[in-house]
Write a protein that binds this ligand. Structure first.
Ligand code: GLN
Length: 343
């Protein structure tokens, strides 16, 4: 198999002297430095028109491809935005990260590992083959198979109760009530035969905790919730802040559920390109097919980006590039360390 093109070009590389100290502890740089880096990142990539918009869900095809928003929310609550950071789009696969966090919180570390899994498939997000190759295991909650299982495990006696649990939970992460995009929901519902088939296949392996049609419907609803890049940054900052939403002060999930979720994002958040992402950006992230990406810098904050043009794996091109730029400029790579000065 040939290697995919790199996530970035030479321009992305931030010279060491301009980069923040890339250490995995501490806080974000000062608000002035964060804002200046956001503006530089925005200017660098605002004219980059590589990639294509997703059109397998018809309602997504009509979006303005040039929209571009970036937001950083610090674990301490400071909000920084540039461009179309308030533009609303359906959250799509990024919902998987937060539904997983809620299910992990409800069911516990070991149960979700066994029922959903935490290993990368190396295959596209909607792969049926991955299920068959793994004897019915959905592999991880960031591909559709694992997300369907996670959604089926949500507590609640009825579809409506499970849906309320998800909508309320994701709204608590965002710090505001999230609404469904009815056009996206009905468009995807009319075109999600593959996800329906996947739910039935998982059911045939005894993996689904509920009715396949109902589970697919709740999953489609969760993907249709409208968010902005700023919402994503707040949601990411909540995962970066031990589960406490830095704007509302609410404890949404426990620190352990955050750790579990971030581990899964690091392994699988960008599908079959998760290794490239971790190698270049060095932080957990999650992308969605409408063009959003959330990136989490534990203890420091969340980055939300929105730009609809995607690479072949379904990840926003500008979003990946600007995340790479900001990881360097703000010193966010989790694997960075400074040589010890101890004797
Ligand atoms: N709702 C979409 C689907 O299930 C989400 C996919 C994505 O964002 N990658 O196909």
């Amino acid at each position: 198999m040939s290697s995919p093109p790199p996530l970035h070009d030479r321009r992305d590389t931030v010279p060491d002297e301009q980069a923040g100290a890339a250490v995995s502890t501490g806080r974000l740089p000062s608000p002035e430095i964060v804002m200046a880096a956001l503006e530089r990142g925005f200017e660098r990539y605002r004219t980059d028109d590589s990639g294509v918009i997703a059109n397998y869900i018809p309602a997504l095809a009509g979006v303005d491809p040039d929209l571009f928003g970036i937001a950083v929310v610090a674990a301490g609550g400071a909000v920084h935005t540039v461009g179309d950071a308030a533009a609303l789009f359906s959250i799509q696969s990024i919902s998987k990260a937060f539904v997983f966090a809620l299910v992990d919180e409800a069911l516990g570390h070991e149960t979700v590992r066994q029922r959903v899994g935490v290993n990368n498939t190396g295959l596209p997000f909607n792969s049926m083959l991955a299920i068959e190759l793994n004897a019915g295991s959905p592999s991880n909650p960031m591909v559709n198979a694992g997300a369907l299982v996670a959604t089926s495990l949500v507590p609640g006696q009825s579809v409506d109760a499970r849906w309320q649990f998800i909508r309320d939970g994701l709204s608590r992460f965002a710090g505001r009530p999230l609404e469904i995009d009815d056009g996206v929901y009905s468009s995807e519902s009319a075109n999600n035969q593959r996800n329906q088939a996947m739910a039935w296949m998982l059911d045939s392996y005894g993996r689904l905790n509920g009715d396949p049609a109902e589970t697919t419907d709740v999953y489609t609803r969760q993907c249709s919730l409208l968010v902005s890049a700023t919402d994503l940054a707040v949601m990411g900052a909540t995962l970066a802040d031990g589960g406490v939403n830095p704007l509302t002060g609410e404890q949404v999930v426990s620190p352990r559920a955050c750790r579990d979720t971030l581990a899964v994002l690091a392994a699988s958040g960008l599908y079959e390109r998760s290794g490239d992402w971790l190698y270049e950006i060095g932080m957990p992230g999650k992308s969605g097919v409408s063009g959003g990406i959330v990136t989490v810098s534990p203890g420091k904050g969340g980055l939300g980006t929105f730009s609809p043009r995607l690479d072949a794996a379904g990840n926003s091109v500008r979003g990946q590039r600007v995340a790479h730029y900001l990881s360097g400029a703000l010193g966010l790579n989790l694997f960075g360390s400074a040589p010890t000065t101890d004797a």
